[in-house]
Design a protein. Sequence first.
Length: 490
Amino acid sequence: MPQRPNVLIITTDQQRFDSLGCYGSDFVRTPNLDRLAAEGALLERAYCCNPVCMPSRASIFSGQLVSRHGVWDNGVNLPDDVPLVSHRLAGVGYRTHYVGKTHFQVTGGTPDQSSESGHRWEERFPDWTGPYYGFETVELSIGHTKGGLRGHYGAWVRDQVSQADWNRHQEADMRGEYFFGCNAFDWGLPSELHNSTWVAERAIDFLDHRDPGRPFLLALGFQDPHHTHCVPRNFADRVDPAAVPPPDYTEGELSERPPHYAGARDGSFSGYTFDKVTDVEAREGRAYYYTLVQQVDREVGRVLAALDRLGLTENTMMVFTSDHGELLGDHGLWMKGPYPYEVLIRVPMMVRWPAGLPGGRRIGTVFSHADIVPTVLAAVGVEPDGALDGFDVLPLLRGEVDRVRDDALVEYTHGPGGLRLKTLVTEDRKLTWYGDGHPGELGDLAGDPREKRNLWDDPAGAAEKAELLGRIIDRLGPLERRAPMLVHGA
């Protein structure tokens, strides 16, 4: 067994699993993340615990399902009593540091409500550096793209530009006519001042100046490729819109789904009228999204190079994932929400640890974000406790077993009094139950991988439906907790 490893956890924001070359994309260039997959293990069927940012991130860092940690929607602060991987590793001597987006607390509240509030951020940053949720020190970015020039990142940019340029960088030029959330934007902020660049620079600085006598937990939170899709004008490594497939949408397919699906497309539920998006706007929005993925890949490559240069690669356990996916026009919908299609709830997930795991493995069985923390704890040698809902997957990553779980649970609550749904994904089935009287959803992932049909009312599936519903009830009955909402949707 190698000595206790360093741990590096990288999260992106709203990144589809199929946005990487190693997951099969033939038009997105991601050589550095492809390298990570080739040298480690790639989980082909990894699922988030919730398809929006704050609940998902709470699960990634706690190893708990949403019903246990209580962060049931955006706008809900992560309760202070939830133990995170940072608390656990700090307790055994690790140096813990976070760079980038955490979203453990609301960004739209007041400074009294949230350490991540964007209001009057200049009064707190860059002087405040933690501690924060078990991380000894933090360097935070708050928000996204042109709305994300805040926190430590905002202070870093502001120190390097004139007031006139600072003001200009708060805006970007939208391509197309209709705003639908995922538009392509041309941004005057140079790529050398972009958030992804900053995350890599601060990560490398931490690695260069770390205490070599202490193992470290370093977490990096990239803001991209979350909407809006603002690409710096001077970033040259772009995805050609002509090379990007159009959204996978079949007219009428939403008629088999609960009514909020069609309401999201026509604007009555989501506030955006997605059926007004033109083919050109859709292709450009998608191409700019994938360009942001390539920009993240470039910066991950710089971090990989720093690990190599410092001799840290061999015994650093590196985890890469995203908080959730992105609809990106598929099924006629954009962004995220209560639509548990694979492109939204299935995420990229890779683990590399040369000293402790074989490389070059592709694993096709179901994995959950809740499994990350138990796996890290097993690698570090920290005993798990009853506050974890995931599994240690080291035996799976080493090829000692062929599976550690039969299904993954995804939960979603849409604001106070809104939709409440639970989705259970198995090897070849997906069931979604609604707690508000909506008809549910049952999908055949093997026979209908594009998810065009809903088999909920098919009598042939009645027994299977009952069995899967029973699993959800058995698992969640003792758990559900809701922390207070401070700011709806923030």
